[in-house]
Structure formats: structure tokens, C-alpha cells
Design a protein around this ligand. Structure first.
Ligand SMILES: [Ca+2]
Ligand SMILES: [Ca+2]
Ligand SMILES: [Ca+2]
Ligand SMILES: [Ca+2]
Length: 499
């Protein structure tokens, strides 16, 4: 029963595709609602059309084997197909993935970066379930089954601001590519006022530089340290220890200067031979390493956190002061399998490519640039896939150039509740194929949106249909509710009217 929502949403797509065919083929008497009794009539109507063989075949395939057809409650067959969906034998049941498979590429801004230290973590809610490290080339792969409803993914590396992919549901995704990896900003430390500095506060601030200051003087482990030869116990085997040998030169074991530990060749005396053994041996110039040494703070990679490393943080943190994971990363997400999100999800600053797959969301989808400094806007590319939203759709942000791309015949965007839309992007040429199925009550296009922010052309269609009542379409929403006095239009928004 828990999968009912998405069966319903899938059924919605199927039913609407029927409805569109009905309207296209002139059986307008039923207002687009397909019921069992008029499937046959539709078939007949199609039969009578000239040059409609292809569509008829498609329709036959869609209705083939269907028992009962009821709006939002039909068995999923025919038009809805997916490699990862398997019928369990019972037509009412679909097995869908309960895990996440993620692959992709990470990269880092900054020098001396070791990508194999980048970790990819999968959370059930915020309980860690599995983690992996990236390869040296930045590529990674992780797959986890048996996850709960609410899943989150984090990419982290000490010394870098983390990246978060929240409410990703179940399915398969690719984050970033070899050419365009998901980048990490350096400059973020584990300074965290509220978490005893255990992990990053997810922002770059002067606190990060201040935190580094406290580590000045700490050194990395070096060479072949062995405490046996560290005569002054300062964690370093160096000229001071050689000088100590010299101070203890003596001719026999009865001498009070004789120390067994310095008699390296065990000949009963301490002399230049012992000196040379240490001086020419494998332990000279070694250092045990300070426990609190943080490699990521050693920006010049010379093994010691010093004033110049601190200065790097001061400069960087002042340049990128206030950068956060949420606002300053562009996220590049591509589906590599069907994805199911049983909660609402906010995809901010994300380029999302459906790549021929289905993304079904049982809740609202907010998709927009959240940071206007990212002026190019983000791209929602349906790309032969189906985006099924059982909820409200919030697209775009005022002043942004966020783009919805529908250029493939197979493209479907379905929204069952309200549609809130704004962008300055000119969509002429971006909506040329596929269909938007809008079943909500209110279709709102922001009045500040661009002149061609809604622009169907080619074979692209928009279906407006509310099975439960009236629909209000705010299409243009200009300051005055009529077109200009000279008869010109307030905007150039357009779509294909199906009559
Ligand atoms: Ca920080
Ligand atoms: Ca020493
Ligand atoms: Ca000796
Ligand atoms: Ca250094």
C-alpha cells in the first residue's frame, strides 16, 4: 500500500495521455476524462483518422490488456515502461528500488589536493549508513540498499566545505562528470562553535583562519623516527641528539658518562663510531609528528603549519567570507536510473538531467537558483524522461535565468497541485516537444517573469485539467488585465491549445 502514491502518479500520466489523444481526435464530449466506456469510442475515433496509424498503434499498446480504466486509478502498463520496474506478477504491484546508487566525480579548488581523501557518505535521515572514498582521479561509486524514506548524501574532505544532496529518495544518480566534477572549496576547517570543532560549520569565515592560528608550529611525521635514538625526547632525531652523544664520549662502561643507549655498536665505549652510526643511519632527521597536525592546514605542503599557511587562510577566508554549502555550489545531478522520492524535495542551485529516466516525487518540488550571484541560472532538462510531481511545483526565482528544457517527444512533466513559475529565460526553442500535464488548481506565472518564459512550440503541449474542479490559470498576470491599447500583447508567452 505504501507505493500507492506513485502508482497513482503514473496512472495520472497514462490517463492524461489518453485524454490528450481523445482531445486530439475530436471526442470532446467527455471533457478529456477517459472512462472505461469510451476507450472503445476513442479507438474508433482514431480508426477514422487519416495517417494515424502510428498513433493508433501507440494507443492500442497503451490500452492493450487494460481491464478497468479509472482516472488516477489504473494499472500501469504500456506507456509507462522502465527498465528498473519489474512486475511481480501481480499487476497492482511494482517493485521499486529502496536504495541509492551514486557515481560521479569530485574535484577541488586549491593546491596539494589529494582527492582520495574525499569521502562520499550516505545517510538514512542523518544516520550514517555507508561511506566510500573517491579515487585519485576524483571518481567514485557507492551503492546501498534497504534505505528508509528520507535519504541524504554528503561529500566531505577535511579542509574543504562539504556538499550536501538532500532528500534524494531512492534510485540512481550521477553527481558531476570527469570534465565537470563536483568541486570543493578549500578554506573551511573543522571549526564549529556548537560541535566542539568536531566537524565543519559548513561555511567559510574568518573563524576558520583564527582556528588555524592555534595550530601554528605543529609538524607532520617525517622520516624513520625511533624513540630509542631520541636522547632528549623531543620527538625529533636531529643534531641535538648527535651533540648529546658527543657530550657522553667515554672510554669504558665505568665512566659516569657512559649510557648504554648511546653505545650504538655496544663496544663498551661511546665515541665517534657511535656518532657516525646515528649521523649516517636511517633515523637521522626524523620526526614523530604532532598528534594534532592537520595536513589540510599545511597549504605549502612542507610538513609544518607555519605563519605562511595561516596567512593563506586569512587571505582565502576574507576573499570567500560567507560562502556556504547551500548557496555557493552548483550541483550537477543526472539520473542513471529511475528515482523515487517519497518526500518533498528542494533542489537549489542544481542542474538536473533526467537522462531518459523517471523521477517521481511524492511531495513538492522546489527547483531554482537560490543565490543570484549564480547569474546563469540552473537547468532542469527533462531529456527524454518523466518528472512526476505529486504536489506543488516551484520553479525559478525572480531575476534568475533558470531553464526548463523539453525538446524530446518522450518528455513528460506532470504536476498534480499548484504551479508557481518564474524566470527571465526566453523559452522559445526550449519547449519544442513532449507534454506538461497540469492537474492542479492554480497555475501561476509570476508577473515579473520574462516575455517568453512560457513558450511552447513545435509539438510541445500543455494539458490543463483538474479532475476535481476549477482551474485558475494566471498566464500573463500583467499589471493591467488587458493587452496594450495598440492591440499588442503584454507578453509573448504562448502554447499549443488542444481543442
Ligand atoms: Ca568554517
Ligand atoms: Ca631529540
Ligand atoms: Ca660504542
Ligand atoms: Ca607549511
Amino acid at each position: 500500500m505504501q507505493q500507492k502514491w506513485y502508482k497513482r502518479i503514473i496512472s495520472g500520466v497514462l490517463a492524461s495521455l489518453f485524454a490528450v489523444q481523445l482531445l486530439v481526435y475530436g471526442d470532446a464530449g467527455n471533457n478529456g476524462l477517459v472512462m472505461v466506456e469510451n476507450i472503445k469510442a476513442v479507438g474508433n475515433a482514431i480508426e477514422q483518422q487519416i495517417n494515424s496509424k502510428a498513433l493508433k498503434a501507440e494507443f492500442d499498446e497503451a490500452v492493450g490488456g487494460l481491464g478497468e480504466v479509472d482516472y488516477f486509478n489504473i494499472a500501469e502498463r504500456g506507456l509507462f515502461r522502465s527498465a528498473s520496474l519489474q512486475s511481480s506478477g501481480n499487476n497492482d504491484e511494482i517493485v521499486k528500488p529502496d536504495g541509492l546508487t551514486i557515481n560521479g566525480y569530485v574535484g577541488q579548488y586549491g593546491t596539494y589536493s589529494d582527492l582520495s581523501k574525499v569521502k562520499i557518505l550516505i545517510f538514512n535521515d542523518w544516520t550514517l549508513v555507508d561511506e566510500t572514498y573517491a579515487q585519485a582521479d576524483g571518481s567514485f561509486y557507492i551503492s546501498v540498499a534497504g534505505l528508509g524514506t528520507s535519504t541524504n548524501i554528503k561529500i566531505e574532505c577535511d579542509g574543504y566545505m562539504p556538499r550536501f544532496y538532500r532528500s534524494m529518495g531512492h534510485g540512481s544518480y550521477q553527481f558531476g562528470t570527469a570534465d565537470n566534477p563536483e568541486m570543493l572549496y578549500p578554506g573551511d576547517t573543522t571549526y564549529n562553535e556548537n560541535e566542539s570543532n568536531r566537524w565543519s560549520d559548513e561555511q567559510i569565515t574568518s573563524d576558520d583562519a583564527d582556528y588555524v592560528y592555534g595550530f601554528i608550529g605543529l609538524r607532520d611525521a617525517k622520516g624513520n623516527y625511533d624513540s630509542k635514538y631520541d636522547f632528549n625526547n623531543d620527538r625529533s632525531i636531529d643534531p641535538e641528539d648527535l651533540a648529546l652523544i658527543e657530550e657522553h664520549y667515554c672510554e669504558n662502561t665505568d665512566d659516569e658518562k657512559y649510557l648504554l643507549e648511546m653505545d650504538l655498536n655496544l663496544d663498551g665505549k661511546i665515541d665517534v663510531d657511535d656518532y657516525d652510526l646515528l649521523n649516517n643511519g636511517p633515523h637521522k632527521d626524523s620526526y614523530a609528528g604532532d598528534e594534532d597536525f592537520k595536513p589540510y592546514m599545511d597549504k605549502d605542503n612542507d610538513g609544518e603549519i607555519d605563519a605562511s599557511d595561516y596567512q593563506w587562510f586569512v587571505d582565502y577566508c576574507s576573499q570567500y567570507e560567507g560562502y556556504t554549502s547551500g548557496a555557493n555550489y552548483i550541483y550537477n545531478v543526472k539520473l542513471t536510473g529511475d528515482c523515487y522520492i517519497d518526500t518533498g524535495t528542494w533542489q537549489y542551485n542544481t542542474n538536473l538531467d533526467l537522462n531518459g529516466y523517471t523521477m517521481a516525487i511524492n511531495g513538492n518540488l522546489a527547483f531554482m537558483t537560490s543565490n543570484l550571484n549564480l547569474l546563469d541560472g540552473v537547468i532542469l532538462n527533462i531529456n527524454g524522461g518523466r518528472l512526476l510531481i505529486n504536489g506543488e511545483f516551484y520553479f525559478g526565482q525572480a531575476q534568475s535565468y533558470d531553464r526548463l528544457i523539453m525538446t524530446n517527444d518522450a518528455d513528460v512533466l506532470m504536476v498534480t497541485k499548484n504551479w508557481y513559475y518564474t524566470t527571465l529565460f526566453d523559452c522559445e526553442g526550449s519547449w519544442t516537444a513532449g507534454i506538461i500535464l497540469f492537474y492542479g488548481q492554480h497555475w501561476n506565472v509570476n508577473e515579473g517573469a520574462g516575455y517568453k518564459c512560457i513558450y511552447s512550440s513545435g509539438t510541445h503541449q500543455i494539458l490543463f485539467y483538474n479532475p476535481y474542479g476549477k482551474q485558475t490559470i494566471l498566464w500573463d498576470n500583467p499589471n493591467t488585465y488587458i493587452n496594450n491599447e495598440d492591440g499588442s500583447l503584454n507578453t509573448l508567452r504562448t502554447y499549443e491549445i488542444i481543442t
